[in-house]
Design a protein. Structure first.
Length: 205
């Protein structure tokens, strides 16, 4: 009888140990499943799908600091495109300049006012002149805020009798501001100035 009780006690210990093992394994599996589920949800939230030309493209979310050089360069390019792309149409000129001035401070407004007072835009309209710009490169120093930049570009001025290519170099600083429809990059150009603007090629038409 004593032996039988001992066997029962041993069997009970085995059953208890096995039950504890099952509980521990189940708890571990549940925790692992919860962790993987949370990780999967986080990864899914970092993915955005956009529709472009009928195709679904995957976009990835990233920290703003990872995109500062790219966004800063595009901001500078966009500003120069609007400020220097001109056609002999008053509405086109006004529309482009307005878009450009949303991206910069009073330093750009002063340059626009100086050009306007000198009759630059009137001459473009009366002379049927078209002006385009190609930004060759933009150098941005992101080690210190506001970010210093230098823009190297080539202007192309198409007149009735000639096509002029001009070298353009400008500098300025980029300050962080709130994003908006008019300023999607969230930068504002400050202390913008032109340090070179000279003819490099003149071709007769």
């Amino acid at each position: 009888m004593f032996r039988q009780m001992k066997n029962i006690d041993t069997a009970f210990k085995y059953v208890r140990g096995f039950t504890l093992l099952i509980i521990l394994v189940s708890t571990g599996l549940c925790c692992y499943s919860l962790y993987k589920s949370f990780q999967l949800v986080t990864n899914i939230q970092d993915k955005i799908y956009i529709l472009a030309n009928g195709k679904a493209l995957e976009a990835y979310a990233a920290e703003r600091k990872d995109n500062i050089p790219v966004e800063a360069k595009d901001h500078v390019k966009t500003f120069h495109h609007f400020f220097f792309t001109l056609d002999p149409d008053e509405k086109v000129i006004q529309s482009n300049i307005t878009k450009a001035l949303y991206l910069a401070d009073l330093s750009a407004k002063r340059q626009y006012d100086n050009l306007k007072e000198s009759g630059y835009y009137i001459n473009i309209i009366s002379g049927n002149v078209s002006q385009t710009i190609n930004v060759d490169s933009v150098v941005v120093d992101i080690n210190q805020s506001p970010y210093y930049f230098r823009c190297y570009a080539t202007q192309r001025i198409i007149r009735t009798t000639s096509v002029v290519a001009r070298s353009l170099i400008t500098t300025g600083y980029l300050r962080n501001v709130s994003r908006s429809d008019n300023n999607p990059h969230g930068f504002l150009i400050e202390r913008w100035r032109t340090i070179e603007n000279k003819d490099i090629k003149i071709q007769n038409r």
